[in-house]
Design a protein around this ligand. Structure first.
Ligand SMILES: Nc1ncnc2c1ncn2[C@@H]1O[C@H](COP(=O)(O)OP(=O)(O)O)[C@@H](O)[C@H]1O
Ligand SMILES: [Mg+2]
Length: 923
């Protein structure tokens, strides 16, 4: 029947026209079940005088939607072919309202006939009109990036560069990179909890969380991100702090009032949303920025979509899936924020710009070729600057400042290699102040930094006071009143450190403000603490206290906001992460290098006192972090595993630039194995780390597995390679370039015994450097280079190197692609090797051919004890060779052959052979 109708629609030349009446009759029930909006059909039928008002009234009398559709169909069919066709035309034209019928229209191959083509169709469906409005508004709002300089807005599209996004497990183990935004919503990769509904995106401040959401919004608005959602609602969590404790609103208001208001029939739109929650996407930005004294434990778990309640309850219920279950949600927060596990569906860690991302971003930012080349040359010459630039915010500030000075002085250099983050922010402040001064006073010679800061001292203090007040209370939004009472004038606002935001509280007409970025608020807070003479030396340190108390709180899990009953009076959302930056800038501002500048803005004696208090505190902290040790798995090493906060301490120490503290800490460190796994350490942190370790009196082991240090980080470690005997850099985005540096350095000192490079981005090129190191460096015993991109070529080089080395003890190649050629080369290496004890060639695409040569070679080996060949393509034939080998070999204790293609037959041969072998413990 269907094919017959389709055929009739596709009308062969000369055949009679298709019957639309018949079509409607045949597909009646399908239409009844899929048409949800009858109003739009009625509106159009009325407008074209196909229906009379009586017709519409008759339809209106039917209570259910399905019956209304049936009645419309009856009437339409009774009015003849033209009306029936027009009915179908409306279904086709109003795609949004009848999207569920589009596949059907395709199936029947409907194309409007000439006479019906000219008839007007209007879209009066409130839901689709709302969707359109939502897209338009969102498209407009997400088009430009934050305007730091007020006047200089940039199109997001022009400046957005991809950055590293990594899917991770609950315990932050890497599950692979996320290459496309669509994949965020795709269950194929990175799903860690099926019951959770929230995609949790986290990363450090300035790493690009907000921009990522903006990008998603912008693509969605342009229909370039197809994730099957009709609605997108965005929220910034910090805005929830604006609601009073006793404020109550219902979900409908939360969605419409703070996003986009439907022009027609809000109730109908809301009803649609409730009915189809899976068509809704939420973005919630900055969960760590919520501050409220509202007690969540006092409300019942479940809340109804109609009921008015505190907005935070709505937020939490949405995230948990108690409201609008099935809707998609992306939540961002800074690293270190605790989110209840069971709401999380996927975890995505933002890592900032990789080396190649940075290059792309540079190209976007500096459109002019000559300038671009200049900047890139300077960057290449300064890996530390590159490593700072891996945080997009800092990169942006550095580029922006560079651009400003370049335009003023024609030629300009990027900040030199000794730049700290405080320098970067001082530079930004200087640029902003400079710009305003330049326009107000016409001067030809540029002012000195001291002069610029001195002229604006009062403004800086006022901004600092406001920032500090907010920081103390975890407030990131300021009302007009607060701004005025901090003596911030209209002119000060023009400087561009603060920007206006749409308010959330009742008084919508009043402007509300926020700092351009949280890190800037931290900077001004630090500036205030340093400059204000009323702040004592002790008080300067108060945010350090807050940070260390977080650690204690974390271990008892007090900060899980909504699960645990809260202690009375405690802010359930309290979060101390933002204090880290304040402390960092405090250290930078109190460094010796800044004393001159600050001495012009405040009493030098007071500053000196503050510096002294700070340095003492840092020294004690460092000692405290590094005290104690435990035995490590490697003989002769005692290890200390530091807290993730240690990285912040390192950063602080780097800012304060006190060699004295470094020396002191290094001397007091008892352990000789420093373990910094899963600390979220980035490239720039390696510089600080090197600063510490180079003062260490003995050789030592450094474990940086599972961080984000990349090639720039490897380069930053240069000053301490002469001390490192054990280097673990697994899961760190190191590429061949980084490996080359390692080779060049480590071969100089000849002390390295352990090199861990598992799960990086090393190809055959890098493998060759590692091979050279194995060959040239007789101290090297352990090499772990699995899960990289090494093929037979690299495999052969490594095998040949192993063959030549008489010291190598372990080589781990799990998860590369060396294949049979590689396997044969390793077989050669094994033959009569004097020392090699542990070998892994698991998951390397080795077939029986390669397997057999390994088995054969092992007959002539008296050193290997453990051999992994798991997950290859070995079959029974290979098993026979291994069985033969086992009859001869007397050294092997563990042979892993599982997950190959060995059947019961092969196993039989192996077990036969085992009767003649007494050394093997496991196979
Ligand atoms: N992928 C990116 N491409 C270009 N610029 C970026 C990117 N990510 C971040 N930035 C820059 O860094 C700034 C800070 O990013 P933001 O998203 O606000 O950080 P976060 O929310 O993680 O603190 C942005 O205003 C933008 O200038
Ligand atoms: Mg943000």
């Amino acid at each position: 029947m269907e094919s017959h109708l389709c055929a009739s629609l596709e009308k062969p030349p000369g055949a009679s026209p298709p019957s639309f009446i018949a079509l409607l009759r045949v597909y009646r029930e399908l239409l009844v079940s899929r048409i949800r909006n009858t109003q739009c059909l009625l509106d159009n039928l009325l407008r074209n005088d196909y229906f009379t008002t009586e017709d519409a009234e008759i339809v209106g009398q039917f209570p259910t939607q399905a019956d209304k559709v049936r009645k419309i169909l009856d009437l339409v069919q009774s009015k003849g072919e033209e009306v029936s066709e027009y009915f179908i035309l409306v279904l086709q034209k109003v795609t949004d309202a009848y999207y569920e019928l589009q596949p059907w229209l395709d199936e029947i191959g409907y194309e409007p006939s000439e006479c019906i083509c000219g008839k007007p169709v209007v879209n009066t469906d409130p839901v689709s009109r709302y969707c359109q409005k939502l897209r338009e508004e969102l498209g407009r709002d997400s088009k430009f990036t934050m305007s730091y300089g007020q006047r200089e807005e940039m199109l997001l599209e022009d400046i957005y560069a991809p950055s590293v996004m990594e899917l991770v497990s609950f315990t932050n183990e890497s599950l692979g990179q996320l290459c496309q935004l669509e994949a965020l919503f795709d269950d194929a990769a990175g799903l860690i909890n099926e019951d959770g509904e929230t995609i949790y995106v986290f990363g450090d401040a300035g790493i690009g969380k907000s921009i990522l959401l903006q990008r998603i919004q912008s693509l969605w608005a342009r229909k370039e991100l197809d994730v099957g959602t009709k609605f997108l609602f965005r929220f910034r969590c910090r805005m929830f702090s604006c609601f009073k404790e006793d404020e109550a609103i219902c979900l409908q208001d939360l969605l419409f009032k703070y996003n986009c208001y439907p022009d027609q029939d809000p109730a109908e739109v809301f009803h649609h949303i409730l009915q189809f929650p899976h068509t809704v996407l939420f973005t919630f930005d900055g969960f760590d920025e919520i501050h409220s004294s509202f007690d969540l434990s006092s409300v019942p778990e479940v809340c109804s979509p109609k009921e008015a309640t505190h907005p935070l309850v709505l937020l939490v219920s949405l995230l948990r899936g108690k409201l609008l279950k099935g809707s998609k949600k992306i939540l961002t927060a800074r690293t270190g924020t605790e989110i209840q596990r069971n709401i999380i569906r996927k975890k995505v860690l933002l890592r900032g710009f990789s080396c190649s991302n940075l290059k792309e971003y540079t190209a976007l930012f500096f459109r002019e070729e000559s300038l671009r080349v200049l900047v890139w040359d300077q960057l290449e010459a300064n890996p530390y600057l590159c490593s700072l630039c891996s945080v997009p915010l800092f990169c942006w500030i550095i580029f922006k400042s560079y651009e400003h000075f370049h335009s003023m002085f024609d030629s300009h250099e990027l900040p030199d290699c000794s730049v700290t983050l405080t320098d970067v922010f001082l530079l930004m402040v200087e640029v902003h102040l400079n710009r305003s001064l330049k326009t107000s006073l016409l001067r030809s010679t540029p002012r000195s930094r001291v002069e610029v800061f001195r002229l604006r001292r009062e403004t800086l203090l006022s901004l600092g006071r406001l920032a500090c007040r907010g920081m103390e209370n975890s407030f990131f939004i300021f009302e007009q009143e607060e701004v005025s009472s901090a003596n911030i004038s209209e002119g000060d606002l023009q400087l561009g450190f603060l920007r206006t935001v749409k308010g959330y509280s009742g008084c919508d007409d009043q402007a509300t403000y926020e700092f351009l970025h949280l890190t800037l608020q931290s900077f001004f807070t630090a500036l205030f603490l340093v400059l204000d003479e009323k702040v004592s030396a002790r008080e300067v340190l108060r945010f350090f206290n807050e940070c260390s108390s977080t650690e204690a709180a974390q271990s008892s899990c007090l900060r899980i906001p909504w699960l645990k009953k809260q202690l009375a009076g405690r802010d359930p959302f309290q979060n101390h992460e933002h204090f880290h930056f304040t402390n960092l800038f405090l250290c930078g501002l109190l460094s010796r290098a800044k004393q001159k500048l600050l001495g012009h803005l405040s009493s030098p004696a007071v500053i000196k006192r503050k510096r002294k208090a700070l340095v003492t505190y840092l020294g004690e902290s460092m000692t405290c972090h590094l005290k104690g040790y435990a035995r490590s798995r490697l003989p002769a090493y005692n290890q200390v595993q530091v807290q993730p906060n240690f990285v912040w301490l390192l950063r602080c120490l780097h800012e304060v630039q006190s060699a004295q503290v470094w020396r002191q800490a290094a001397r007091r460190m008892q352990a000789n194995y420093l373990k910094l796994t899963y600390c979220n350490a980035c490239a720039a942190d390696c510089r600080a780390l090197a600063g510490l370790l180079r003062h260490f009196p003995r050789r030592l082991a450094l474990d940086l597995d599972n961080n984000n240090i990349n090639d720039y980080g490897v380069e930053q470690l240069l000053p301490c390679f002469s001390k490192l005997a054990v280097i673990r850099l697994s899961v760190n985005q190191v590429t061949d370039h980084g490996v080359r540096i390692l080779y060049e350095e480590l071969s100089k000192y000849q002390i390295v015994s352990f090199l861990g490079l598992y799960n990086n981005q090393i190809t055959d090129v890098g493998a060759k450097y590692v091979a050279k190191l194995i060959e040239e460096c007789s101290s090297l015993e352990y090499v772990k280079i699995g899960a990289n991109k090494i093929t037979s070529e690299g495999g052969k080089c490594l095998a040949q190197a192993v063959q030549k080395s008489s010291t190598i003890f372990e080589i781990g190649m799990w998860g590369n692609q060396v294949g049979d050629e590689g396997a044969k080369a390793f077989a050669e290496a094994l033959r009569n090797h004097p020392r090699l004890t542990n070998v892994s060639l698991a998951l390397n695409g080795i077939t029986p051919e390669g397997g057999k040569s390994i088995a054969e070679a092992l007959q002539h080996n008296n050193s290997v004890k453990i051999f992994w060949l798991t997950k290859n393509e070995l079959d029974d034939e290979a098993a026979v060779s291994f069985a033969e080998m086992l009859k001869v070999n007397k050294k092997l204790t563990h042979l892993w052959l599982i997950q190959n293609r060995i059947t019961a037959k092969g196993v039989k041969h192996l077990s036969e052979a085992l009767k003649e072998n007494t050394t093997l413990k496991e196979v």
